[in-house]
Write a protein that binds this ligand. Structure first.
Ligand SMILES: [Zn+2]
Length: 603
């Protein structure tokens, strides 16, 4: 009998201290009942697999947790934990599979999909003439021998969970099959002209329009669906589809870094781009001008994700960049955004003021939109009319009335503002104040009892006040309407799975500006790098803030010719924490690293 099917497995888990004697008895007692339960579920879902359920499935489905270890107390005894134990026993390496690290070509051409599923194996990559193969069953040497023989290559087996192997097989083979089928359909003509002619494409789209699904667009539809789901699964923030001379690259941005995911045959590039443009209701035939659009896709049963895309013609065709706007990221709880206690209190006072202007500042990608959307969502009630003017509307929210600026037809921030004041708004969000006219409307709105949020492109909070003055606003108007300013940035947060502490000399830290006394010993945190964070040591991001409420002293300073530096000095005296200071606090708290602080706050 094979190891994963046998009782030896629970004996092994007991030997390694993963389960207690009592838990082992419980497993033996429940085994047969649980087996039938899992079989019934599988039958209902139409799964037919003669190896299912094995002992790994049975034990992991019992939802036991670790009972006899201080460090790992309460950790679920799941498939991964069990397979790590099996790997130890069988002296095989274990790996949590990262789809970004494997070679799609090798994965999908070495064995067939059916074979891969039936045997729970997945070729990962070939290096120095040796193929790495993920296997679930440690006793599958016969199968590996067969593959070695047919492919004339040596194989190194690596143990992995069956769910990892299954998930990647479905993702990769599905995408590969759709792409190959589409490639056959749209394959290069004899002259090697890689672009599809337009008339052909229009026909292709017309077919989709009339809902007659033919095999040709089915493949591309499926490929695009795969692409979106895969991007969401990988927590990608952007998808790039880039035409090159010979092929087309699909790249994902994950935690700030671009990864090449697929190399596609050039022949499918146009079809893929056309399908995406069609979903975004763009003009398919227009390929020489840049276009913008958006797509809404369902992710899971209740969640909707919005994708904003832009196309631009480059040397070898049309390049598409899609930004994934996840509502969980765009609409957050104000309490969980990373404000320190003082800043949170002041910012909430801003939010609940009856009228006035609140400015958020920072460069592109500093999280301003998330702050503003989250703010509006928190204060929007059915009794309040919230209007936003944006360039362009980033994320659609049904409780807001959102208007997009369209400079091409002269619909500007100022022209919209002129009109919306007649729309009886309570709260107005202006995407950005760029000129005197827009600034003047913001002031007028605040003077007539509205709460106005907007952004400016300045480095710190105090500079925003000066910027308003430089735009030509009268100092007394600024003083009577501006409630306060806030600067913000985003720092990467340390991966919780591989976080470790380390000691550092205070002199070293003092040299880079860290507020520390000489001779003090500092204990800071960093990420070692693990499979959860792809070796980067970071996972997710958090805001750092500088909140400046406009005190009466500061109001007086606007009228005199004070610089932003003078104002900043006073603000600090009044208790303001600068971006840097707030960031150092987050380093001390083990949220981020000093390298991140320097990266984000040095100008
Ligand atoms: Zn990690």
């Amino acid at each position: 009998m094979q190891f994963l099917q046998s009782e030896q497995l629970s004996t092994l888990l007991l030997k390694l201290g993963v389960i207690t004697q009592k838990q082992k008895e419980f497993i033996e007692q429940e085994r047969s009942k649980q087996r039938h339960k899992l079989l019934r579920q599988a039958a209902k879902e139409g799964i037919r697999d003669k190896n299912y359920p094995d002992m790994v499935d049975i034990i992991s489905s019992l939802k036991l947790t670790i009972q006899n270890s201080k460090r790992a107390q309460g950790r679920p005894i799941d498939e991964e934990l069990i397979m790590r134990a099996v790997a130890k026993e069988k002296k095989l390496p274990f790996r949590k599979l990262d789809p970004l690290e494997l070679d799609m070509e090798v994965a999908t051409t070495t064995v067939s999909k059916n074979f891969a599923i039936l045997q729970s194996v997945l070729p990962l990559k070939i290096e120095n003439g040796i193929m790495e193969m993920a296997v679930y069953n440690p006793d599958c040497q016969v199968v590996l021998d067969d593959i070695e023989k047919t492919n004339q290559i040596k194989i190194t087996p690596i143990l992995a969970t069956r769910s990892d192997i299954r998930r990647i097989i479905n993702e990769f083979f599905g995408f590969q099959r759709s792409i190959s089928a589409a490639e056959d359909q749209f394959s290069l003509d004899k002259d090697g002209d890689s672009s599809l002619d337009i008339s052909n494409l229009e026909r292709f789209i017309n077919i989709s329009n009339s809902q007659e699904i033919t095999s040709s667009d089915q493949h591309i539809k499926r490929a695009v669906n795969h692409l979106f789901h895969y991007a969401l699964d990988q927590r990608a923030s952007d998808i790039h589809i880039e035409p090159k001379r010979e092929l087309s690259l699909v790249r994902f941005r994950i935690d700030g870094l671009l990864h090449t995911i697929y190399r596609l045959p050039k022949a499918v590039h146009s079809a893929l781009v056309s399908r995406i443009k069609f979903l975004a209701r763009l003009d398919i035939a227009e390929k020489r001008r840049p276009q913008d659009g958006r797509i809404k896709i369902g992710a899971g049963s209740t969640k909707e994700v919005e994708i904003r895309l832009s196309t631009i013609p480059v040397s070898f065709g049309e390049k598409v960049v899609m930004r994934i706007l996840d509502s969980d990221v765009m609409f957050r709880n104000i309490d969980e955004m990373g404000f320190n206690t003082r800043d949170l209190k002041i910012y909430k006072e801003f939010m609940h003021a009856p009228h006035g202007i609140i400015l958020v500042t920072g460069p592109t990608g500093s999280g301003k939109s998330t702050t503003l959307y989250s703010t509006l969502k928190e204060i929007a009630t059915p009794e309040k009319n919230v209007i936003t003017v944006e360039d362009p509307v980033e994320m659609v929210h049904e409780e807001f009335n959102q208007i997009s600026v369209q400079p091409a037809i002269d619909v500007t921030f100022a022209s919209i503002l002129r009109n919306i004041l007649r729309q009886d708004p309570d709260i107005i969000m202006i995407g950005e104040i760029r000129d005197e006219e827009t600034a003047a409307y913001a002031v007028q709105a605040a003077m007539t009892g509205h709460l106005v949020f907007s952004t400016l492109h300045t480095n710190d909070a105090a500079s925003s006040v000066i910027r308003l003055r430089d735009l030509g606003l009268q100092p007394f108007l600024i003083a009577s309407t501006l409630l306060g300013c806030m600067a913000q940035r985003l720092v990467k947060t340390i991966c919780p799975a591989c976080k470790e502490q380390f000691k550092v000399q205070s002199e070293e830290m003092a040299r880079i500006g860290f507020p520390v006394q000489a001779g003090e010993e500092l204990i800071l945190s960093r990420g070692k790098g693990c499979e959860n964070c792809r070796g980067t040591g970071y996972k997710g991001r958090c805001g750092i803030f500088e909140v400046l409420p406009l005190s009466s002293t500061l109001k007086e300073m606007i009228a005199t010719k004070n610089s932003s530096l003078d104002m900043k000095k006073i603000a600090i005296q009044e208790g303001m924490t600068t971006l840097r200071q707030d960031a150092w606090q987050k380093v001390l708290q083990g949220i981020t690293t000093w390298e991140e602080v320097l990266r984000v706050t040095s100008q």
